[in-house]
Design a protein around this ligand. Structure first.
Ligand code: ADP
Ligand code: AMP
Length: 207
């Protein structure tokens, strides 16, 4: 079982791809954004610490994220990392406790991610991800899986989207070269429908 990292700007489709890929490959889907949102919802100490950073579109400090991920990996092999690492310090921290076998970079234009994020809706109960334009629910405002209410993430407002993209370019985009230099990078055109992205990723990482 390999450890796989999904890299790409906010809205590239990491979570959408990870849901299918983790099932297909039998990997543990570890989304740091999902873990943090759960901590916020439960009002834990970590959640209270993370909330301010998240609502502004800033990154939660590296030490906090590394401790959180390390605890969940716990020596396990076969993890699909979604939204982590997001800085060089996180990549180096990860390398110290788990090997990375392949990194999938979801390449996509900025105007397309802005469009996707502005029309993203998530289920308030189960966290399933929809899109008003590209992946609408069967019944408006209602989750197909559990019937929960579909809501907009507070950080999917235009000003926060812009900030998240800046932070991505400054802190996370350098990871593309970092992993390319290690010969681990697989680049995929993420501007296509989910089915095409999924099939391409499978072919490229299994081949
Ligand atoms: P990320 O986890 O990278 O932030 P998501 O998986 O949440 O991205 O996707 C962002 C938005 O774009 C969601 O509304 C999702 O339904 C939609 N989406 C995801 N992948 C695609 C795709 N390949 N084509 C069109 N829309 C997509
Ligand atoms: P995401 O769900 O990946 O879009 O992440 C939502 C928010 O959670 C980000 O804007 C950050 O504030 C925080 N976050 C998620 N993953 C990380 C990470 N690896 N490092 C720092 N902050 C993170």
């Amino acid at each position: 079982m390999r450890n796989v990292v999904l890299l790409g700007p906010p809205g590239a489709g990491k979570g959408t791809l990870a849901a299918r890929l983790s099932q297909e490959l039998g990997l543990l889907h570890l989304s740091t954004g999902d873990v943090l949102r759960d901590e916020v919802a439960r009002g834990t100490e970590l959640g209270r610490l993370a909330q301010g950073y998240m609502s502004r579109g800033e990154l939660v400090p590296d030490e906090v994220i590394l401790a959180m991920v390390r605890e969940r990996v716990d020596g396990r092999r076969g993890v699909l990392f979604d939204g982590f690492p997001r800085t060089l310090a996180q990549a180096k921290g990860l390398a110290a406790f788990a090997p990375v076998d392949v990194v999938v970079f979801l390449a996509i234009a900025k105007d397309e991610v802005v469009r996707r994020l502005s029309s993203r809706r998530v289920c308030a109960s189960c966290g399933a991800v929809y899109n008003l334009i590209t992946q609408p629910p069967q019944v408006a405002g209602q989750c197909d899986r559990c019937g929960g209410d579909l809501v907009q993430r507070p950080d999917d407002r235009p000003d926060v989207i812009a900030r998240r993209f800046e932070v991505y370019e400054r802190d996370s985009a350098p990871l593309v070269d970092h992993y390319a230099r290690q010969g681990l990078l697989v680049r995929v055109d993420a501007g296509r429908p989910p089915e095409a992205v999924f099939a391409d990723v499978l072919a490229k990482i299994q081949g």
